[in-house]
Design a protein around this ligand. Structure first.
Ligand code: NAP
Length: 250
């Protein structure tokens, strides 16, 4: 087990990609605290399932966009397990719309949930990780940060900002044994993409060289690798996991 003895925090752990990351880190031996916003039932069920599988897990309700909430969550995890080795900033939302009609809330909600949350949690774990001289931070970006997707200016700004942040923080923390990376998923089968999949699923597949949509486990595998000691010489990197979607081939 590659993460035996490690302690991880995963934001947005109850569904989709986050849930797969929680399972993957836990199966590699990490104790995992996951954050959810609203679905207590899903959180309870996930805790039950993981405990049945003999994994150590903790569900914490909170809003990642709120700095006090992030500070309290990190404090709670350190109180329980004495440290934080791995932080996965996975929670994110979309509120797509053309800029001409995009409301200030539509802009602000996406920026605060997807980008301010990364500041909130990274800031909260930086000191404990620096003292421990060890850390793995993985931020969940998107290929939408890399190419123009009409209707996603708020989302692309949040993810592009996150990638710049990742590179800066990587240089700040490298000497302390802390790596900071991002993963940029392509088109993954989760609730977030349900509407687009229903409308254009087979058309999307044609644009992906591997000819299938991504699964949450495809992303979880990449995150788990970056969280492991095998990735200790990788920092400030954005790892695209998209089945070739953004290669630009025919
Ligand atoms: P999802 O199925 O919609 O799940 C989102 C998760 O984030 C849920 O657990 C949700 O908790 C949590 N969350 C949202 N806002 C939150 C907040 N304010 N505070 C705490 N938790 C919050 O999304 P997904 O598709 O798994 O996406 C996960 C990440 O991957 C996101 O950052 C997304 O931008 C990124 N991504 C996804 C795709 C894709 O194709 N799916 C592609 C590229 C990037 P509740 O259930 O409690 O609301």
């Amino acid at each position: 087990m590659k993460l035996a003895g490690r302690v991880a925090i995963v934001t947005g752990g109850t569904r989709g990609i986050g849930k797969a990351i929680v399972w993957s880190l836990a199966r590699e031996g990490a104790k995992v605290a996951f954050v959810y916003r609203s679905n207590a039932e899903a959180a309870e069920q996930l805790v039950k399932d993981l405990e049945l599988d003999q994994r150590e897990v903790l569900a914490i309700q909170g809003d990642v966009a709120n700095k006090e909430s992030a500070d309290a969550i990190v404090e709670q995890v350190i109180e329980k397990w004495e440290k934080v080795d791995i932080l996965v900033n996975n929670a994110g939302i979309i509120k797509d719309g053309l800029l001409a009609t995009m409301s200030a809330d539509q802009w602000g909600d996406v920026i605060t949930t997807n980008l301010n949350s990364v500041y909130n949690f990274c800031q909260a774990v930086t000191r404990p990780m620096m003292s421990a001289r060890y850390g793995r931070i993985i931020n969940m970006s998107s290929v939408s940060a890399h190419y123009g997707n009409s209707g996603q200016s708020n989302y692309a700004a949040s993810k592009g900002g996150m990638e710049g942040f990742t590179r800066c923080l990587a240089t700040e923390l490298a000497r302390r044994g802390i790596t900071v990376n991002a993963v940029a998923p392509g088109f993954i089968e989760t609730d977030m993409t349900e509407a687009v999949r229903n409308a254009a699923g087979s058309e999307i597949k044609k644009k992906i060289p591997v000819r299938r949509l991504g699964l949450p486990d495809d992303i979880a595998n990449a995150v788990t690798f970056l969280a492991s000691d095998d990735a200790s010489y990788i920092t400030g990197h954005v790892l695209t996991v998209d089945g070739g979607l953004t290669l630009g081939g025919l």
